[in-house]
Design a protein around this ligand. Structure first.
Ligand code: FMN
Length: 168
């Protein structure tokens, strides 16, 4: 498997916690963390396997730092990139926008040709609507610290096994 670039904001609490767990599940040489708040398009393009960490904020929006980074990728062909997204949300607090940020990010990356991997079942979650859902799957890994934090570990380790077979 080629090296993974792990893009998330180092200034987050919960998103960083998941990033640390992801990192410790791979060999050190297999995965490199990158602070999306300071990232460049060149850095993003230097990996063929990419994991993006994104919490949903502002009632169904991306956090500012993702909004600010994405224009850097405009007009760039992501055709040979394998991208997996993990999202954080609160299904009880925001049942109409659960994990929307994952859907927003997925749509943009897909439009630019990225191959999205790491889809997971929506079984076991309760919410009304989500832009992160396609069919009966989330377009990534859904983490809900507020309501299902005790399931994080198991969900993450299952997802990693999946990524090991889906990444290039
Ligand atoms: C003001 C505010 C708005 C939020 N909006 C949403 C939302 O629309 N959808 C959702 O699923 N979660 C929402 N959340 C929950 C966060 O995504 C969740 O707490 C996440 O774990 C935060 O991660 P972070 O601390 O790494 O930024 C919101 C939380 C806050 C405080």
């Amino acid at each position: 498997m080629k090296k993974i670039g792990l893009f998330y904001s180092f200034n987050t609490k919960k998103t960083s916690k998941i990033a640390e767990q992801l990192q410790s599940s791979f060999e050190e040489a297999e995965i490199e963390p990158v602070n999306v708040e300071e990232a460049t398009a060149e850095q993003f393009l230097s990996y063929d396997n990419i994991i993006c960490g994104v919490p949903t904020w502002f009632d169904g929006e991306l956090p500012n730092y993702w909004d600010e980074f994405l224009p850097e990728l405009e007009d760039i062909d992501l055709g040979n990139k394998y991208i997996a997204i993990y999202g954080l949300g609160d299904q009880k607090g925001y049942p109409e926008n659960f994990l929307d940020g994952v859907g927003i990010l997925a749509e943009i990356l897909e439009q630019q040709g990225a191959r999205l991997v790491g889809f997971t079942s929506t079984e076991g979650y309760t919410f009304e609507s989500s832009r992160a859902v396609r069919g009966d799957k989330f377009l990534g890994l859904a983490i809900d610290f507020e309501n299902q934090g005790s399931m994080n570990k198991e969900r993450i380790s299952k997802w990693i096994e999946q990524l090991k077979s889906e990444f290039m």
